[in-house]
Design a protein around this ligand. Structure first.
Ligand code: CO
Length: 447
């Protein structure tokens, strides 16, 4: 027994976000768009995540323009984006009206599949996004962020799957941003999700620790429906398993993807060139198997942030101590998955604890906000001692964090005025006020 495995190609989003600091330009996507459109992928992930911010900030490109141009060049393939729940494509919570407008414009611009997640797996941070995305009539994937801790079990993730299924999403996604998923756990999780819910299961992982290709095979054996892969030139390392390898592995089996290896190899020769073009943005650690994360739980991106932070303070010799302290802080904070922004919160607080020589003598504002519940509900209990020490008599919020935010769209519209050429510009400004404005001003003199 078996079924055809479908693939989502990540070469235009996660692959270059993971390997090339999200720097791929639209001009390097368009020449190959027609050929990508012929492959027959289940979907092409090409928007969202860090690409929105990076386009405005570093590339002086309008992300909405990229969406329009790619849509025009690829009429056949489903377009997929990654949405960070209430954080949309940014780093903090936005009010509901901005979440709704963003999703409405993205759907109108051509997004067919919205993958929605929250770093804390707090459903309240996902509900506005899921509701708005379902309203557009497009496909919605509810994502479970995978991590390892004493409070994270197969049962925990399956209960999360149940909450997601209740929201009406059409697909469940198992999202392993750290590449921590091991093959036999993958089997259990996928099997569990498939047997409990009548929904397709989509697996997303990274090769960071060398596990992903093995986990993909076990996921197939457990009945997974869709896998995320990247064309060989932008695969492996901190990116996804290679599309061609998965296609070849399944050829002639009941799971055959039906994709044409010859066509994929034509695409690959194009993208080898693209990878070379962006070589300056490569980091050596992205290109090798790194098993440290399996022991320390500290993902590569977070490690380089910590080193930079300590170097600034001439305290690189404290790195070992900070690396030992980080899992302790994570434990105090109730074991959040280490992904933006929780990875920075744990790392920075660990550094403060080590540098001052006294734990929580100095507390970062983000740590206070976290303890106040502004990032959502942690997976495990927060240390009572730390809570008392930091918050004193203040009580953490118990409502949905975004309930504390006033609507922001009309204010944004007023502020940006005629620099915004359309509704999409207003949304860009509402998300990244300074960066968007800088881009709009630059654009006035660069027609
Ligand atoms: Co990813």
């Amino acid at each position: 027994m078996g079924k055809k495995i479908e693939l989502t190609e990540t070469v235009l989003r996660d692959a270059h976000q993971s390997l090339l600091a999200t720097r791929m330009r639209t001009e390097d996507m368009l020449p190959i768009a027609g050929k990508l459109d012929q492959v027959g992928y289940w979907s092409l992930e090409m928007w969202g995540g860090a690409t929105f911010d990076a386009a405005l900030r570093y590339l002086k490109e309008c992300p909405w323009e990229r969406l329009r141009k790619l849509r025009q060049a690829m009429p056949r393939t489903r377009f997929q984006m990654l949405l960070r729940g209430q954080n949309i494509v940014g780093y903090h919570n936005y009010p509901d009206d901005i979440v709704e407008k963003f999703i409405e414009r993205a759907a109108a611009g051509g997004i067919d599949v919205f993958r929605i997640f929250d770093a804390m797996n707090d459903m309240r941070n996902m509900q506005a996004g899921i509701k708005a995305a379902l309203k557009t009539g497009k496909l919605v994937e509810g994502a479970i962020c995978y991590t390892i801790s004493p409070v994270h079990s197969v049962d925990y993730f399956l209960r999360l799957g149940e909450k997601l299924a209740e929201t009406g999403v059409q697909i469940l996604c198992l999202k392993d941003m750290g590449g921590l998923l091991a093959p036999y756990v993958t089997y259990e999780l996928v099997k569990g999700l498939k047997s409990r819910f009548a929904l397709p299961v989509h697996l997303h992982s990274h090769c960071t620790a060398g596990l992903a290709p093995m986990s993909y095979m076990m996921a197939i054996e457990a009945g997974v429906d869709i896998l995320d892969t990247a064309l060989a030139p932008l695969s492996q390392g901190t990116s996804q398993p290679a599309t061609e390898a998965i296609v070849a592995a399944l050829q002639g089996t009941p799971h055959d993807t039906g994709l044409d290896l010859k066509l994929l190899s034509e695409l690959a020769s194009y993208f080898y060139g693209v990878r070379r073009k962006y070589a300056e943005f490569e980091s050596p650690v992205n290109n090798q198997v790194n098993t440290n994360i399996l022991i320390s739980q500290i993902p590569g991106g977070m490690l380089s942030n910590l080193v930079a932070q300590l170097r600034q303070q001439n305290a690189e010799d404290k790195l070992e101590a900070v690396l030992r302290e980080t899992p302790e802080v994570r434990k105090d904070l109730g074991y959040p998955p280490l992904v933006t922004p929780t990875s920075q919160i744990c790392g920075s607080q660990a550094a403060l604890n080590v540098m001052t020589g006294k734990r929580y003598a100095v507390v970062a504002q983000e740590t206070k906000n976290y303890l106040m519940g502004l990032y959502g509900e942690p997976p495990g209990p927060i240390s009572e001692e730390i809570k008392k020490k930091v918050l004193g008599k203040k009580e953490p919020i118990t409502c949905r964090p975004a309930d504390l935010l006033k609507p922001g769209l009309e204010q944004a519209r007023k502020e940006i005025g005629s620099l915004a050429r359309n509704e999409e510009d207003v949304v860009s400004y509402a998300l990244f006020p300074e960066i968007a404005k800088e881009f709009f001003i630059w654009r006035e003199s660069h027609p």
